[in-house]
Write a protein that binds this ligand. Structure first.
Ligand code: MG
Length: 302
């Protein structure tokens, strides 16, 4: 018996994973995690083959006490050649701390919707863009490369739908300021495969030089369908966190990130290269969960 065998072809053969576990994954943990454990997690991730890691955040410790040891974590990690170590910076002050640490890759943040930007950053979208223009300019003059998140890119928990053209407008402004990569954030797990494909395609098709990434959160499995739709849109950079950490699983609208180890597993099964070792990333995922008050029960006991 013979039948026509149709291959499932994706426009992407290789995916670059931007690992956010040590920052986005751990920042909302209710119990303080030791600096040594944060360093160990970062080192496990780079040992597994992660070449870009968001290690910490230079946010005021009053707002995010978990990240108060940013300088110590950065000083303690093993600096591996070929790995780009990143830190989130909320503002100019954060950038200056990153520069003082000798960091050469930072990540900025803002939201596409007014309500969420005001809630998160206490300013309008326009004011954030103005501030980021200055921050990115200062970063560039100090030789620091900037990646920029656009939160609520696929929907806002307060406003609902977000106009994809608004997202594009912001992405183009950030590219113009000098960001080398834009990451579209599904801040509260509202994306679905159609919005992931449509917003992703629109921004991907209109950026001139900047690269484009997608950043999804846990949504009962829909996050993996969103990754697939993003790959179909030609996006080849996906953000994820070891163990699927992040947010608070018990607070509505604050969910964890897509789990790196499951993402790597899916991509490898699809024949897509990631450069990440499957077994080592599984171990890093288990270690990440063991640090988390929310996910410890899922880590299992070995
Ligand atoms: Mg996240």
């Amino acid at each position: 018996m013979s039948g026509k065998y149709k291959r499932y072809e994706l426009p992407v053969r290789k995916v670059s994973i931007f690992e956010v576990g040590p920052r986005d994954g751990l920042q909302n943990e209710p119990e303080l995690i030791s600096t040594d454990d944060k360093i160990a997690l970062t080192d496990m991730l780079t040992d597994a083959g992660c070449t870009r890691v968001e290690v910490t955040s230079f946010v005021h410790p009053k707002w995010v006490p978990q990240m108060a040891d940013a300088e110590k974590v950065l000083a303690g990690i093993e600096k591996k050649p070929g790995v780009l170590y990143n830190a989130l910076i909320p503002n100019m002050r954060g950038l200056e701390r990153a520069i003082a640490c000798g960091l050469d890759h930072v990540v900025t943040i803002m939201s596409a919707s007014q309500s969420h930007n005001r809630k998160n950053l206490n300013m309008s979208v326009e004011a954030s863009l103005k501030e980021l223009e200055n921050v990115i300019s200062r970063a560039r003059s100090a030789g620091v490369k900037v990646r920029s998140y656009i939160g609520t890119a696929y929907g806002c928990p307060m406003e609902g739908a977000v106009d994809p053209h608004r997202v594009l407008e912001i992405a183009l402004a950030l590219e113009h300021f000098g960001s080398y990569e834009i990451s579209l954030g599904d801040t509260t797990g509202m994306a679905h495969p159609r919005s992931a494909f449509e917003v992703g395609s629109l921004v991907k098709g209109n950026l001139k030089d900047a690269a484009l990434a997608a950043h999804f959160h846990r949504a009962d499995g829909i996050e993996f369908a969103n990754v697939l739709a993003s790959l179909e849109a030609g996006i080849d950079i996906i953000d994820s966190a070891a163990g699927g950490l992040g947010g608070c699983p018990y607070a509505p609208g604050a969910k964890g990130n897509i789990a790196t180890e499951t993402l790597v597993d899916m991509l490898h099964r699809l024949g897509i290269r990631t450069g990440i070792d499957s077994e080592k990333i599984q171990s890093a995922g288990r270690f990440a969960k063991s640090l988390s008050a929310y996910y410890r029960d899922e880590a299992g006991h070995e």
